[in-house]
Design a binder for this molecule. Sequence first.
Ligand code: ADP
Length: 398
Amino acid sequence: MNVLVINCGSSSLKFQLINSETEQCIAKGLCDRIGIDGSKLAYTPAGGEKEVTVTPMKDHTEAIRLVLEALMNEKTGVVKNVDEIGAVGHRLVHGGEKFACSTIIDESVIAAMEECNDLAPLHNPANLIGYYACKTLMPNTPMVGVFDTAFHQTMPEEAYMYGIPYEYYEKYKVRKYGFHGTSHSYVSKRAAELLGKDYSELKTIVCHLGNGASISAVKNGVCVDTSMGMTPLEGLIMGTRSGDIDPAIIEFIAKKEGLSIEEITTILNKKSGALGLSNNYSSDFRDIEDGYFAGHPDAVRTMKAYCYRVAKYVGAYVAAMNGVDVICFTAGVGENGPIIRTLVCEYLGYLGITINEEENKKRGSDYIISTPDSKVTVFNIPTNEELAIARETVRLVK
Ligand code: ADP
């Protein structure tokens, strides 16, 4: 079956068409600036050239229509008609406490998701727009929702509760949810598979270090803790997000700078993290890495604080699981930045971890980067959230 995987944001839409038998991506692309001037579609069939078409897209329905046209194009298309797409898998950000696994999307799911909109006001409505657009153009194709939060629903209460008045949990469901669950699930399972070990017998820490970054502890096949919180702002230092800070800083800066809570929250989401800490040097770790090697003080400070925070969370999760067998690095920074893996692992000598620097330099596939005598196996595993969504979609549709 061909599964169309859709990851829909407020003005963008990423897609991949995946053949579920071969698990290969047949075509992929991105619609950008939807509803804004200069919207464009980038489309790449497997083994073919990337084509970029600048064309107006007034809304997401128009974007999906153009995606379907590209997929069915006589010359560069990969399917003959819509019936060759057996199902659509939607990445959905926030399932609150209602969704502990993926689900076929129907009216009751939409209603339950709308109840979670408060928790993800930017992401959930955008995800649903993608669903409605697909439903309009492919009314007979089953649609599955795969939630970013679902994998983390197994966390015990002591891991997901905050030390604030309990009534906020009772009234508003304020608690830790965690994100990137599809990636944490895919990578932790892949590590077990590569080791030929039973997933339910391993203690694994997954460091998903992308533009957004989170880390999770997976014990005996279930997530027991993760660093992102009620929103993706908590935890690690990210590209532009602050991660953990003292909450009192918000009032302090608001008073000093005359800013509103909303303005500070925007700063914490968009102008902090590597970008802010590096004094606007860059949010991109390719630049931070170059600057670090060149000895630029803003890049050095950022790199050190970034890796320190990751190592600190690894330590916390070793405690949470009373041990660790496997540590995995994944996502844009985790997969491609050998220096980041080296600097993080330098803190972890107490766990008996030693890194093979030759293997650590490799990228693009699954690699064990620890030495054979290392007490913990350290992996570099490229994540594949789209494939994980396609697998879930097929499982539910069948
Ligand atoms: P997201 O899906 O959260 O947008 P990705 O997982 O695609 O992010 O990661 C994007 C980030 O990966 C970029 O911001 C960049 O900093 C980082 N990155 C990409 N290539 C490299 C590299 N060669 N070295 C270090 N960092 C890299």
